[in-house]
Design a protein around this ligand. Sequence first.
Ligand code: PHE
Length: 344
Amino acid sequence: VAAEVDASAKALATPDAVEAFRLHWLGRKQGRLKAISDAWLKSAPVEAKKLIGQRFNVLKAAIETRLETAGQASHTHALDSERIDITLPGTERKLGAEHPLIKTQNELLAIFARIGFSVGVGPEVETDYYNFESLNFPPGHPARDTQDTLVIANQERRPLRDRLLMRTHTSPVQIKTMEQQPPPVRIVIPGKVHRNDAADATHSPIFHQLEGLCVDTNITFADLKGTLDYAMKQLFGSSVKTRFFPSFFPFTEPSADVQISCPFCGGKGCRKCKHSGWIELLGCGMVDPAVFGFAQQKQPAYDPKKISGFAFGMGIDRIAMMKYGISDISLMYSGDLRFLEQFA
Ligand code: PHE
C-alpha cells in the first residue's frame, strides 16, 4: 500500500489534485484508509492488533506528510499565478481642487484675520427687517428699488418686517452680529447673495460678498481707509493704490466707493480698466447712527454718542475673476470640470 501512496502522490501540482488525493485516502466514508481499517484493524485478533495498528499509523502518517508538502507546493503555485506585477503603473486617483471663489474667499479671510478680524455667517433667506429696515431702508424708500430683490412667495399677509426674501447683500449680518455681542466688534462675513439680475458675462443672480464691520470707541474714517488699503495691497500686491469717492448707502454716512489702481497695467490704462487706470471694487462707509439705533434695541452699548464704526462690502466673484483672469462669471457656477481642474 505504501507504494500505492507514493504512486498516487506523484501528480499533486494543483489544489484540485491535492483534494482528490485527500478524498481518495482519507475520505470519511469511502477513503482507502477507512476500508483498510474496516478490513484489517477492526477484525484483527487481539494479539495482532498492536502490530497492525502500528503499521496503520505509519501509513496514515505517510499520507498526511504527502498531503502537507503537496498542499504547500500547490499553494505557492497558486500565488505564482496571482502574483502582482509591481512594475505596472498604479491607478490614478484624482484629487479635488478648491473652487476659485473659495480660494479667493479664504485668502480674504486670512488677510483680515492678520489684523484681528474674526469670521461670521448669516442666513441667505432673510426678513425684510434685517435686509432693509434695520439698515435704514425705511418701507417705500427708493434705495430698496436698487436692490432687485427676490422675494419668497405668499408672504403678503405677514407684517412687512417679517416677510422673507433672499438677502441682497451680506449687510444684514452687521445688525445680527451687533445684536449678539456688545462692542468692540471686528468681523468679516463671507456669503452668497441673490439679486434679480439678468445673467451675462459679468452678472449672476447669485454671487458672493465679503462684509466687514468694525465698531469700537474712536473708530475713524482713517481706520477704514488704512484697513482697506492694507487689504487691497495684500490681495493685489504692494504697488496697488486705493482711492475713495463719495457715494451713498442708507446704512453708512459718509459712504464711499473704493477704486484700486489697475493691477494689470499698473494704472497706465488697458482694456481691463477701460483705459482709466482704475477699477472700482467695493463700497464702504462709517456706520450710520440710525443703524446703531436699531442695534441698541438689543444691545444698549451701541450708543452712537460713545462708539463709532466702519463697514464695507466687496464682491468676491469680481475679485476672483480679476485674480485668476476669468472672463465669464457663469463659469463659476457651471460645475464644468474643464474649468475647475485649472485651479488644482
Ligand atoms: N451692502 C452694500 C452692497 O451690497 C455694500 C456695502 C457694505 C456698503 C457695507 C457699505 C458698507 O452694495
